[in-house]
Ligand binder design. Structure first.
Ligand SMILES: NC(=O)c1ccc[n+]([C@@H]2O[C@H](COP(=O)([O-])OP(=O)(O)OC[C@H]3O[C@@H](n4cnc5c(N)ncnc54)[C@H](O)[C@@H]3O)[C@@H](O)[C@H]2O)c1
Ligand SMILES: O=C[C@H](O)CS(=O)(=O)O
Length: 482
């Protein structure tokens, strides 16, 4: 089912793994079929420490390049990724399961961060500050933070990596990446193309491991790692923060979400339904910014539910490599069991569960499900679902909607639909999230600051703010200038 170009890419990956082989390895499986795609090196703590040593030694020469020289190399990497977009997309679907169109879209989205930060790296401006004494000159410069440890999740195996590696390299840092054990192939493919672009081996190294905790312990405790950039669950993010305290590392944490999707009586209902479908079911509901709770004002509740159900019924469940598929599998058995548990808990506590697909492929496939009559006693009303399940709540007033929306420890994304300008401002300002989607369901862009508040994390990725997470500010006071 895969193209010749993808087969060739897999051959290159296997060659990379042979060159970097270790005493042990671990399998990478296709979540749609369970079949083993290949095996990758099982890197150890000692290997990670050796990578850190090499990254520290190589970083000064990389930082000594001009921002334009680094930009030129990053732009070559960007071009190579786009030239290989179809094969990288198929590879991504093979190991992660998302529909091929989404996978190819992710490759383009991931590449956009490289193009963006190739340019942003040239704008790491400092300051000349008016002196407080006539014989002084006060200067501020920005310098790369040094060696970065990065840990990324499986749900966006390409874009979550470039969203960290691009600003790190543009800033003049070196980076050691530990991708998810479920999706390491996309990371290796990026490293292969990085070599072709001229990114030195020791500037961007990949630790493939099925023992995330062991590698995380090394990265968070090693004195030569000056920053940890993590994308993943809030639980692991908190652990990494604790582990980083002894060496006082800078942290970027992109963590879990529990996005409310609010539909007011004056909303464009068809637009809201279409946006809710994208926000809820993209990547089979496995994105950090998925609509996790759909709140519909009572005046339009019945209309919205009927239209939403009709849209769900049109989803095509299957292997992501088929262009017919609009909903793939969840990543693994553990995810399947978690989402199934949430559905059963809601049903046992009196929820109305609507499943509109009677037959499913074998394996970790979950039917897109709408759940109504949801109460706060149900786990699904507070947990991050990370699956194709849509709990629907009804509300009466704007204040009630905002109270429900904010009643979570998460604060990543939120969405709401209204044509009322005053309400647009009121609600945008009152929602406790780092990002708000007004009359839309897709908000991510390389040009905008992506990140959360509360227990959804700290720092921002993308935008003019994203480079700062990989820079240190230095103040230079020059005296004796008579
Ligand atoms: N905010 C964002 O930008 C964003 C983006 C994608 C995913 N996420 C979140 O990630 C979660 C789903 O991804 P996941 O299941 O891969 O999350 P996860 O936290 O289980 O794993 C993420 C990464 O951390 C590693 N890891 C796991 N335990 C570790 C430990 N003890 N020490 C060090 N590393 C460890 C994993 O191997 C993986 O590489 C969801 O909560 C989702 O909301 C957030
Ligand atoms: O899952 C988290 C991703 O950041 C979602 S998106 O690709 O940025 O929309």
């Amino acid at each position: 089912m895969i193209s010749q170009q993808t087969s060739e890419l897999l051959t290159q990956i296997n060659s990379y793994c042979e060159t970097n082989k270790t005493e042990a390895n671990f399998p990478v499986r296709n979540p749609a079929t369970g079949e083993e795609i290949t095996v990758v090196p099982e890197c150890t703590a000692d290997i990670t420490r050796a990578f850190i040593k090499r990254a520290k030694a190589a970083q000064p020469d990389w930082a000594a390049l001009t921002a334009q020289q680094r930009a030129n190399i990053l732009k070559k990497w960007h071009a190579l990724i786009l030239q290989n977009q179809d094969a990288l997309g198929e590879l991504l679907t093979l190991e992660q399961g998302k529909p091929i169109a989404e996978a190819k879209g992710e490759i383009g989205f991931g590449a956009s961060f490289i193009e963006w930060f190739a340019e942003e790296g040239k704008r790491a401006y400092g300051d000349i500050v008016p002196p407080n004494m006539p014989d002084k000159r006060l200067l501020v410069i920005k310098q790369p933070i040094g060696v970065v440890g990065a840990i990324t999740p499986w749900n966006f195996p390409n874009a979550m990596i470039t969203r960290k590696v691009a600003p790190a390299l543009a800033a003049g840092c070196s980076i050691i990446l530990k991708p998810s054990e479920d999706t390491p192939l996309s990371a290796i493919a990026l490293r292969i193309l990085a070599s072709e672009a001229g990114i030195p081996e020791d500037i961007f190294q990949i630790v493939t491991s099925s023992h995330g905790a062991e590698i995380g312990e090394v990265l968070t405790s090693h004195e030569d790692i000056r920053k940890i950039s993590f994308t993943g669950s809030t639980q692991v993010g908190k652990l990494l923060m604790r582990q980083s305290a002894d060496t006082l590392k800078k942290l970027s944490l992109e963590l879990g979400g529990n996005a409310p999707f609010i539909v007011f009586n004056d909303a464009d209902i068809d637009g809201a339904v279409s946006a809710a479908m994208i926000s809820k079911f993209r990547n089979s509901g496995q994105t950090c910014v998925c609509a996790n709770r759909i709140l519909v004002q009572s005046g339009v509740y019945e209309t919205f539910v009927e239209k939403f159900k009709s849209a769900i019924a049109k989803l095509q469940i299957g292997n992501g490599l088929s262009t017919e598929t609009s909903l793939g599998p969840v990543i693994n058995q553990k995810a399947f069991e978690k989402v199934s548990r949430l559905i059963k808990d809601a049903e046992d506590k009196g929820a109305e569960v609507t499943r509109l697909h009677t037959s499913l492929p074998e394996g970790n496939f979950i039917a897109p499900t709408m759940i109504s009559n949801v109460t706060n006693e149900m786990d699904i009303s507070s947990e991050e679902i990370f699956g194709p399940v849509a709990p629907i709540f009804s509300f009466e007033t704007e204040e009630e909607a905002i109270t429900i929306a904010n009643s979570t420890q998460y604060g990543l994304a939120s969405y709401f639909w209204t044509k009322d300008l005053a309400r647009a401002w009121r609600v945008s300002e009152k929602l406790e999230t780092g990002m708000v989607g007004l009359n839309q369901g897709l908000i991510s862009s390389e040009a905008a600051p992506f990140g959360g508040i509360k227990e959804s994390g700290m720092g921002r990725e993308g935008s003019k703010y994203g480079l700062d997470d990989y820079l240190e500010i230095k103040y230079i006071s020059m005296g004796g200038i008579a």
